[in-house]
Design a protein around this ligand. Structure first.
Ligand SMILES: Nc1ncnc2c1ncn2[C@@H]1O[C@H](COP(=O)(O)OP(=O)(O)O)[C@@H](O)[C@H]1O
Ligand SMILES: [Mg+2]
Length: 313
């Protein structure tokens, strides 16, 4: 299957590529008529077949390790980590969500009560099977929590190789997944350094409020200091959060971001009450409010990250 979007009314239509392959001679292009508004438009066949190649049913590509981070708290890191993971899982990918925050919010949002998590994996007290829980279909969780504070002290005391502790703990299990998404705590400590030595892609959520650009500039400096030792880690996505379309200032910040970071900027996650309500029900946004703007926005983020335009349609 592939998706054709009407250029006039923007309605998305799914099409069966097998039928097209059978009926259209090789090298010939086709025209489509939108079932919704009746508009007739040309369709580039090679782009359609490219879409098909990126579908999750195809042989798996290599594992992607994405960390969600910014030193500032309350910007939507945990909300984005959980809902991006849940969305990728719904799209058919196998996802491991790793919570590296002492607050341990991810398990609460997913309505689970794991008996063990990242702490026990890092201290090797328990086996990976005992630490990782299955939170949903295709979605596994390595939970965070208070006990991580003790782990940080252990990492701090290591005389060498401290920054690789997380990578070593995950190296024999991460091949089981298509994505490892890592949520981080605010601030800057040894555990975040460990995350940046493990992940290869950084997703920065940015609350569109006063002076978010300053927070980003500071983070880019810290990231630069890691990149000196680990070239693989790169900024891939900036996700504006708390986008309030009723007031003007977020729009202004958004257009500044667009000028400064056009290659990283994603469609914003709008302000939505549903996002703050869903956690107390132990539900992801896809379960709690499937018709909400927040679900539409996180769906869009899933498509952007997976480069799969047909995901979750
Ligand atoms: N787009 C949004 N609209 C409304 N509330 C949001 C949105 N994103 C996050 N929230 C709420 O804001 C608070 C902080 O978000 P959270 O994801 O915990 O941030 P962080 O992990 O960066 O500290 C939470 O209560 C969350 O439910
Ligand atoms: Mg958080």
């Amino acid at each position: 299957m592939a998706i054709i979007v009407c250029p006039k009314c923007e309605k998305k239509h799914s099409v069966n590529l097998d039928t097209i392959k059978e009926n259209v001679p090789f090298g010939k292009n086709i025209a489509a008529r939108c079932k919704s508004c009746g508009h007739k438009f040309p369709v580039a066949l090679d782009m359609l077949f490219d879409q098909d190649k990126k579908h999750p049913d195809e042989p798996k590509t290599t594992l992607r390790k994405i960390c969600v981070t910014l030193s500032k708290g309350g910007v939507g890191k945990t909300t984005t980590s959980v809902n991006l993971s849940a969305g990728l899982a719904l799209a058919g990918y196998k996802v491991l969500l790793v919570d590296t925050d002492t607050q341990g919010q991810s398990s609460y949002i997913l309505g689970t009560k794991p008996r063990a998590g990242l702490t026990e994996l890092l201290t090797k007290e328990l086996s990976p099977e005992e630490c990782i829980i299955r939170a949903r279909k295709n979605l596994w969780l390595l939970s965070g929590g208070k006990s991580l504070a003790g782990v940080k002290r252990i990492i701090d005391r290591k005389s060498f190789g401290a920054e690789w502790t997380l990578s070593e703990a995950l190296k024999d299990l991460d091949y089981r997944y298509d994505y490892v998404i890592i949520d981080t705590a605010p601030g800057w400590d040894q555990l975040i350094v460990n995350v940046l030595f493990y992940a290869t892609e950084v997703l920065v959520p940015m609350a569109l409020e006063v002076m978010p650009l300053q927070g980003l500039a500071e983070f880019m400096k810290s990231l630069g200091s890691i990149q000196k030792y680990r070239k693989e880690i790169v900024l891939k996505y900036i996700v504006p959060t708390f986008m309030d379309t009723r007031v003007k200032s977020p729009e202004v910040i958004y257009s500044q971001l667009k000028k400064l970071y056009p290659e990283y900027l994603c469609t914003p996650i709008r302000y939505s009450e549903s996002l703050s309500e869903a956690p107390s029900y132990g539900k992801t946004i896809f379960e709690f409010a499937p018709g909400s703007t927040a679900t539409a926005d996180y769906r869009e983020l899933v498509r952007k990250v997976s480069q799969d335009n047909a995901a979750l349609i």
